[in-house]
Design a binder for this molecule. Structure first.
Ligand SMILES: *Cc1c(COP(=O)(O)O)cnc(C)c1O
Length: 362
């Protein structure tokens, strides 16, 4: 087997240590003679796995007791519906601060199905041709039920490093692709949602961290499996959870803790992003469409100045075992996702390839 460097946006690379532990335990979990995917989610053994994962997530993210942590299914898009179903009263309205593809999808889900969503375009193209996050556009309207942001736009490569001041209006954040990549203050949010498949665990697990006083207001017709208060009452075991992904998430949280927690993750991620962006900033062969201050540390979006070279670029990259570099279908171009699990060596290999490809085609 030749090991590839996987720059895919999600499902994506997981830490080798996590993959190896799951492999070791796959057929026989802790001497029980059965695998984790074969056991009841209500067994004592599995309950311990599930509770430890929650405990570790609370520890590394410093989640206060007055927040519930829910392990669900339905993905990011399931939560695009769950947010208004749980928080937007009939006849009420909510503010959506749109900075890219995923916040726009969340806005549409609310506006087209559940109620009044107010669109605020917050990442315009500046006179320099680059996209900037404009925090001054993030103003809540009076009486708003919540304000919604996506802190890392996976498709566009835009990350928010500041938060809007929404006063008493709860701030709801999609952090699917940058959760656990750096410390954040959970207390600043009404709720945080993330799909685990971007860089925490295999697909099929979604996590909601929600302030408990926001529970209990779901619409009468909200499906029970999307009702955060039902999930909270049942400790996320109202229906059968994705037991394997929840277990893998726990292994990932343990891995993050063993490396020194979120401060260490941030250092590691900063160094990788600086190396990659730094190289492309110096190189006229590549173009970066996002303004420096809001470039994502997780998803580096770039284009070749000569886009006719795109197929050749991807082909040669694949020949060197660099995979997943093709941009999202709505944007085109290229994207290198350098999540927590990607070591700096992977980025060094990529930069070396970028350098050689540019020299060969300039
Ligand atoms: C991938 C992604 C989504 C959508 O997730 P699904 O689980 O495919 O529904 C939502 N938000 C962000 C930020 C994402 O990266």
């Amino acid at each position: 087997m030749s090991k590839a460097w996987n720059f895919g946006a999600g499902p994506s690379m997981l830490p080798p240590e996590v993959m190896e532990q799951a492999q070791r335990e796959f057929l026989d979990f802790h001497g029980l003679g059965i695998g984790i995917v074969e056991m009841s989610h209500r067994s004592a053994e599995y309950t311990a796995v599930a509770r430890e994962a929650e405990f570790l997530l609370r520890e590394i993210l410093d989640i206060p007791e007055d927040y519930a942590v829910l392990f669900e299914q339905g993905g990011g898009r399931g939560q695009f519906a769950a947010v208004p179903l749980n928080l937007l009263p009939e006849g009420g309205h909510a503010d959506y601060f749109v900075t890219g593809h995923w916040s726009r999808c969340a806005y549409k889900e609310c506006a087209e199905r559940y109620g009044k969503a107010i669109l605020h375009e917050c990442a315009p193209q500046g006179t320099d041709g680059l996209y900037h996050v404009d925090y001054s556009k993030m103003q809540v309207t009076p009486g708003s039920a919540y304000a919604y942001v996506c802190l890392n736009e996976t498709v566009n490569g835009i990350e928010m490093f500041e938060l809007p001041d929404t006063g008493d209006v709860p701030l709801i954040a999609d952090m699917s692709s940058n959760i656990l990549s750096r410390p954040i203050d959970v207390r600043k949010f009404g709720a945080i949602i993330f799909g685990a498949q971007k860089h925490v665990a295999p697909a099929g697990l979604t996590v909601t961290i929600v302030r408990r006083d926001l529970l209990g207001h779901a619409r009468q017709y909200c499906p029970s499996v999307l009702d955060w208060s039902v999930l909270s009452q049942y400790d996320s075991m109202y229906n059968t959870p994705n037991t394997f992904s929840w277990y893998m998430a726990g292994l990932d949280f343990k891995w993050i803790k063993s490396l020194g927690g979120l401060e260490a993750m941030e250092e590691r991620n900063k160094a990788k992003a600086e190396l990659l962006y730094g190289f492309m900033d110096q190189h006229p062969f590549y173009h970066l469409p996002i303004a420096t201050e809001c470039r994502s540390r997780m998803n580096c979006v770039f284009t070749l100045k000569d886009e006719s070279l795109n197929p050749e670029f991807l082909k040669q990259a694949a020949a060197e075992h660099l995979i997943g570099l093709k941009g999202h279908k709505v944007l085109g171009g290229m994207r290198a996702s350098i999540y927590n699990a990607m070591p700096i060596e992977g980025v060094q290999v990529l930069v070396s390839f970028l350098d050689r490809f540019a020299s060969a085609h300039s």
